[in-house]
Design a protein around this ligand. Sequence first.
Ligand SMILES: [Zn+2]
Ligand SMILES: [Zn+2]
Length: 276
Amino acid sequence: MRRIGGHVSMAGSLINSVKKTVEIGGNCMQIFAGSPRSWLRKPFPEDQVASFTKEAERLDILPIFIHALYLVNLATTDVYLLEKSITSLIVDMQNGDLIHSAGVIVHIGSHQGAGFDSVKNQLITSIQRILESTENCNLILENDAGQNGKIGSPEEISFLINSIKNNRLKMCLDSAHLFESGVDIRITESVDKFSRKLENLNLTDKLICIHLNDSKTKLDSHSDMHANIGEGEIGIEGLRNLVNHPTFKSLPLILEVPGTDKHGPDLANVSRAKEL
Ligand SMILES: [Zn+2]
Ligand SMILES: [Zn+2]
C-alpha cells in the first residue's frame, strides 16, 4: 500500500494533525513543529506526544515528517540568523525524536548570489552541528526550483550528503521544484535520465520522501508556485511518470498543494494522488 498524505496543521494540539490526516484520506503526514511564522520552537508537551503517538499508531499513520521553518537559512552571512536557523532545526529534530518522526525536511537556504563554493564549508559545519546535537531523527535536504541563490540542486545536495557521510542525512524530492528547475517529468525519458543522474550522484539510497505537487509555473521557470494535483503545468501524466518510476515508486508522497478551497491538501487532491 502506497503511503500518501499531506502537510496538515497541528494548531491547537498535535492530535489535530492526525484528525486532519484521516479527514483528507491520508495514511502518512507532514507538520510544522510550531508556528510557521515564528522562530519560537519548544519541546512538544508530554501529554500531547502520548495521545498523538497512540492515535497515529492505532490508525497506522506513518511515516510522519516535520517541515522546518521556511525562515531557516544555513547559508546566510548573518551570524544571528544562522544561529537561529541551527537552533530551530535542533529543536525540530528533538521534537522529531519525541514523535518518532521519519525526519525534518529543510530548504537549505540561499547564498544571495555569492555562490555555493563560498558557503559550502559553513553548510557542512552547521549540518554536522545539528546532527551531533540530536539523537535519531533524520535531517532531510529538499531539492529547490533553481531560484537565483537558492541551494538545493541534486549536485549540491550530493556534495553535502557525500561530504558529511552521516546516514541520518537524507533527501526529499519535490515534483514541482524538479519541474520548475528544468526537468520535464511529462516525458518518461526525462524521468529515466534524472533517475540515472541521482544514481551517479549517490543519492538514490538517500531518498526518503516525495513532495507531490503540481506546478503553477512553466517548465524551467525557476519560480516556485504549487498547484493542485492535475491542475498545473505538470498534469496527471507527468506526476504519474514520476511516482510510478522504479526509483521512486516506494517513496511516501506528501502533498503541499493549495487545495480546492485554499485550505491546503484535501480529500480531492489526496484521492487524485491515489489514482496515479
Ligand atoms: Zn516541498
Ligand atoms: Zn515549493
